[in-house]
Design a protein around this ligand. Structure first.
Ligand code: CUA
Length: 203
């Protein structure tokens, strides 16, 4: 009888141990799944950072500093103000966005063609010090501040040429810092190539 009791409790113990082992196994397999998932996430991030270093860094910059902060040192290398995206660009929802960089002592592009009667979103930043773009005849003044993207909304009712110049003293070349804007009817604007839109070349 004593022996029987002993064997019952032994078998209980062994069942309990089996259950624990089973639990431990499930636990460890769940852990290894988590480990594999985490490892592949890390590897994917590493691969993305190596494969797209500029994009990864601008993404980080965006996350850390918000949409209107920008690094003036890397304007030409990556992000919104790379050379290929400067000048006027038609948006899918109508409207036109004009991107410009102000730097000692010029505005890039130096001449832009925009359509009349269309809301313009002007996004400008500076590569060095504070400048201020003014559009003659309209009284529009737009500050260009290093480290920030300043957005302004303009609309030209009348076609024609609008000289622009820098209004904020920015150094010895300040008085030579000029640029031009040419407003043309939308149909004419649409016929112009990108080149023509940023150099004011006739088509
Ligand atoms: Cu730029 Cu004055």
């Amino acid at each position: 009888m004593e022996q029987d009791k002993g064997s019952i409790s032994n078998s209980r113990i062994s069942t309990a141990t089996h259950a624990e082992e089973h639990l431990a196994e499930t636990g460890s397999s769940a852990k290894s799944v988590v480990r594999v998932v985490l490892l592949s996430l890390v590897l994917t991030c590493v691969w993305l950072t190596v494969r797209f270093p500029y994009e990864a860094e601008s993404g980080l910059e965006y996350l850390l500093s918000g949409p209107n902060r920008i690094n003036p040192q890397t304007l030409h290398l990556r992000g919104e103000f790379v050379e290929s995206s400067l000048g006027p660009a038609e948006e899918s929802g109508g409207g036109v966005t004009v991107r410009m960089i102000a730097e000692q002592y010029l505005f890039v592009p130096q001449c832009v063609v925009v359509p009349t009667g269309v809301p313009l979103r002007v996004r400008i930043t500076s590569a060095d010090v504070v400048h201020e773009l003014t559009v003659n005849d309209t009284g529009d003044e737009i500050k260009a501040v290093p480290g920030y993207v300043v957005e302004s909304h303009l609309e030209f009712k009348r076609a024609g040429e609008y000289p622009m110049h820098c209004l904020e003293f920015c150094g010895p070349g300040h008085y030579t810092m000029r640029s031009r804007l040419i407003a043309v009817p939308l149909e004419q604007f649409r016929l112009l190539s990108r080149e023509a839109r940023i150099s004011c070349a006739r088509q």
